[in-house]
Design a protein around this ligand. Structure first.
Ligand SMILES: Cc1cc2nc3c(=O)[nH]c(=O)nc-3n(C[C@H](O)[C@H](O)[C@H](O)COP(=O)(O)OP(=O)(O)OC[C@H]3O[C@@H](n4cnc5c(N)ncnc54)[C@H](O)[C@@H]3O)c2cc1C
Length: 179
């Protein structure tokens, strides 16, 4: 999506130079990625980096864990360890919508794995990736009408699984009242 033109009769979404879609209403619900269209709203991207080990013989870790106010999160996946976080070690770099990993944070997570979760155990990293959350100075999501034909449900503060079902209902109700 490139630009949006709203007029009293319809809304036009320009997808590329030669392609546009007309709609009655639109809802921005791509969380951090909506920030480029909703410049007046406080939507700060927050990247989270993750890694997953190869299977580890005799892994004792079982369950889901948080550490350091939830900035680190880890669990077993069968005999593998899934570990993410450490964003608080490099806040500014992680304020981005780029799906990348950085050497600094991946090394930091590996050290955490070596020193805190799996001391004295060998492991190999199978996969590394990142995901993008959206945060602001408040934890409250932004769920509202922003013009006659535009709505938004964004900034889920890393709680999208938990909040999205309720926010979906709220948005459906908001739009149906206005139809
Ligand atoms: C680091 C991190 C930690 C999180 N922790 C939590 C937490 O603790 N609690 C919580 O409630 N939420 C958490 N979330 C949020 C949660 O992960 C998301 O809200 C949730 O995954 C969104 O699910 P979804 O199915 O809507 O989208 P996604 O899981 O993002 O799935 C979208 C799918 O659509 C595919 N896709 C995208 N574009 C296209 C296209 N053009 N064509 C075809 N397919 C496409 C993608 O490949 C993807 O598979 C976290 C997010 C991150 C990044």
């Amino acid at each position: 999506m490139k630009t949006i033109d709203e007029n009293p009769d319809e809304i036009k979404i320009h997808i590329s130079e030669n392609l546009a879609v007309e709609a009655d209403k639109i809802i921005y619900c791509t969380n951090a990625f909506s920030s480029k269209f909703l410049e007046k709203e406080e939507i700060i991207p927050a990247r989270g980096q993750i890694l997953l080990t190869e299977p580890i013989d005799g892994l004792k870790l079982r369950g889901t864990f948080h550490y350091d106010e939830g900035f680190y999160y880890f669990r077993n996946l069968d005999n593998r360890v899934l570990l993410g976080g450490g964003r608080n070690q490099d806040f500014k770099t992680e304020e981005t919508t780029d799906f990348e990993t950085t050497e600094f944070l991946q090394k930091h997570l590996e050290n955490f794995l070596r020193e805190v979760i799996l001391p004295g155990q060998d492991f190999k990293i199978a996969l590394r990736w990142s995901g993008i959350m959206a945060i602001g100075s408040e934890k409250t999501p932004i769920v509202k009408q922003i013009s006659e034909r535009q709505f938004c449900a964004v900034r889920l503060s890393g709680m999208g699984v938990a909040l999205a079902p309720k926010i979906g209902e709220m948005m459906a109700e908001m739009i149906s009242i206005l139809i």
